[in-house]
Design a protein around this ligand. Structure first.
Ligand SMILES: CCCCCCCCCCCCC/C=C/[C@@H](O)[C@H](CO)NC(=O)CCCCCCCCCCCCCCC
Ligand SMILES: Nc1ncnc2c1ncn2[C@@H]1O[C@H](COP(=O)(O)OP(=O)(O)OP(=O)(O)O)[C@@H](O)[C@H]1O
Ligand SMILES: [Ca+2]
Length: 555
């Protein structure tokens, strides 16, 4: 908790008919019930409430003449009827209240003042403090995907988010997308980004992916960076991104906020939180393919995605359906993985510690990596040159997964790689070798329990800065197949080879699942760019040591 600091105001005001000492400093708004006679009421505790100024959403003057105020839906409510308040000059403070499981709510407290002048002093003092917080966004560009998840994006934004933005005085330009990649292309070419303090996407991980592709492209193009060169150092994007979850997995929201709740995300945006995040670039033969922030998965997760895309009509359940199907299909793939281990930085994928709000590992590693880049000790080009550092593993794999962050989501609340960090400049490369169905099921099940999913003989995990994958094609058809794919022709034949290889064995290659999008190439070169983007989030907060049992939200 922040120290109270010098008091700006101290008055006796009434809250719910009770006299309170109310104080405002630069950091805290505090109200404490006055105990009129401790002799007669010795057991009545004097309850004190404090709200950090940084978590005040807005302050609103109540209409004293009519003893009523206008609600968000435009109707008028009697103040006394609503909250049992005194008649008199009053103002209401809206602030962040923490609920269970990392959820935030917008709570309200109304203070009644003895006179108008005092009320106005309070309102303007609080407003001055809020205006002094420069990290808060004033103007946002919002993209809504009306077809993500359960197709509720527009309703969620209109009913739950827009009223909060309006109360907090955040102005918005809203675009409801009309086709896939509408948001990405608008950010690349059309949007006048100078006008905004951030970009918000209402949708799932695919929608977030569109936003980062648009923003990263724009930033690099403006800065003259060659996107096709995997060794280029990318320029960080200055605009922060907010995610209002309305997709099927929403793993980026879940792993950066701790819950998939539109109101919580809107409040993190309003208070101006900032969470840096790593971004992996994916190249094939010096050609840029895509960026990834969560999962790059070949084999199982690639196959689940490919199968599920044909079942979009099922909504979020498509992943479970295809998951079971691909589990039963039990395909394995041969190939070579080479990687550059992350050296000289803090953390390993088997750590018990987790990346949490204000993570020191992310701060230290971010600093270390930028210092090294500046000193040319860790010149980006030298990564690829230092061949002695590269490790190579050849084998048959059920899954090859790279998790740049934990990938926690409701399906696996601890994530694919529970100890991965949001902003440490590394990705966790998880190799699941060919094993029995039973063992693979044991491995999958451990994503949903406390047991360690890496503590199995057929699973290995490495924290890396860069990796490459080359598939080994089915012997009889590999060259022909490769040619067909590389030339981008005869897609029909390509599909036939894929589903029914002539040699009768399992398909020779899978596809990469890149944050929920299918990649067109199987041989890829991946490099992590430390803290390339920033989100309106603060990482998952540790639960408070003492739960506030009087908080109705917490029960
Ligand atoms: C038996 C229960 C096992 C539960 C195992 C749960 C593991 C779930 C791991 C989910 C990892 C999500 C990582 C995030 C990826 C996102 O960038 C991406 C875009 O949104 N989402 C997906 O690709 C969506 C991927 C969704 C994958 C769902 C896989 C479901 C597997 C179910 C296997 C059932 C076997 C049952 C045998 C009888
Ligand atoms: N207006 C639109 N019409 C069709 N597709 C769209 C439109 N706007 C965006 N898209 C595309 O829809 C895809 C899925 O969107 P989104 O990520 O929001 O939901 P999801 O796939 O259900 O959730 P998740 O990615 O979390 O699994 C994205 O790839 C995006 O490019
Ligand atoms: Ca990382």
């Amino acid at each position: 908790m922040e120290r109270p600091g010098r008091l700006l105001l101290l008055s006796e005001l009434r809250v719910r008919n009770a006299a309170c000492d109310v104080s405002l400093s630069r950091c805290l708004l505090t109200w404490k019930r006055r105990v009129s006679s401790p002799v007669y009421r010795p057991f009545r505790p004097s309850v004190s409430h404090s709200v950090s100024v940084s978590e005040i959403i807005a302050v609103r003057e109540e209409d004293e003449d009519s003893g009523s105020r206008q609600t968000d839906d435009g109707s008028w409510n009697k103040i006394e009827e609503r909250e049992g308040k005194d008649c008199g000059q009053a103002f209401t403070v809206l602030y962040v209240e923490r609920c269970r499981q990392h959820r935030w709510r917008c709570a309200e407290v109304t203070f009644t003042c003895p006179d108008v002048a005092l009320c106005q002093r309070w309102v303007s003092s609080i407003r001055e403090q809020l205006a002094a917080i420069t990290s808060r966004p004033r103007r946002l560009l919002v993209y809504i995907n009306p077809y993500g998840g359960k197709r509720q994006g527009k309703r969620i934004y209109d009913q739950k988010v827009a009223p909060l933005f309006a109360q907090a005085g955040v102005s918005t330009d809203v675009i409801v997308t009309e086709y896939a990649n509408h948001a990405r292309d608008h950010l690349r070419k059309g949007a006048e980004l100078k006008k905004y303090d951030g970009v918000v996407c209402v949708g799932g991980d695919g929608m977030f992916s569109e936003i980062i592709h648009g923003l990263i492209w724009r930033t690099q193009t403006d800065g003259g960076v060659d996107l096709n060169c995997p060794d280029e150092t990318l320029l960080p994007c200055s605009l922060r991104i907010g995610i209002i979850p309305a997709g099927s997995t929403d793993c980026i929201c879940f792993a950066t906020v701790g819950t998939n709740d539109p109101v919580t995300s809107a409040l993190h945006i309003i208070v101006g939180d900032s969470q840096p995040m790593d971004v992996s670039s994916v190249h094939h033969n010096n050609t840029f393919l895509r960026y990834s922030v969560s999962l790059l998965g070949y084999g199982f997760y690639g196959d689940v995605l490919t199968d599920s895309e044909r079942k979009r009509w099922m909504g979020p359940a498509r992943y479970d359906f295809s998951g079971v199907k691909m589990f039963l299909t039990h395909h394995y793939y041969e190939g070579t993985v080479s990687y550059l281990p992350a050296r000289g930085i803090l953390g390993t994928p088997r750590d018990a510690a987790r990346c949490r709000s204000g993570c020191l590992v992310c701060q230290r590693n971010g600093q270390l990596l930028s210092d090294r880049a500046e000193n040319y000790e860790m010149d980006e080009a030298s990564d690829s040159d230092s061949d002695s550092e590269w490790r190579t593993i050849r084998g048959k794999f059920l899954a090859i997964n790279a998790a740049s962050m934990s990938c926690a989501c409701p399906r696996t609340p601890k994530g694919l790689s529970p100890a991965a960090h949001l902003a440490d400049g590394t990705t966790d490369l998880i190799l699941v070798r060919k094993c029995s169905r039973f063992n693979f099921l044991r491995h999958l099940l451990r994503h949903t329990s406390k047991d360690d999913q890496f503590d199995m003989t057929f699973v290995e995990v490495h924290r890396v800065r860069r990796f490459r994958f080359t598939p080994r094609y089915c012997q009889s058809d590999s060259d022909l197949e490769l040619d067909l794919r590389e030339n981008g022709k005869h897609q029909i034949f390509s599909q036939i080879f894929r589903d029914h290889p002539a040699c009768g064995c399992a398909p020779a290659y899978s596809s990469w699942n890149c944050d929920g999008e299918i990649l067109t190439h199987t041989a890829i070169d991946v490099r992590v760019h430390c803290q390339l983007i920033k989100l309106f989030a603060r990482g998952i907060e540790e639960p408070a040591v003492f739960e506030d049992l009087t908080n109705p939200c917490a029960i």
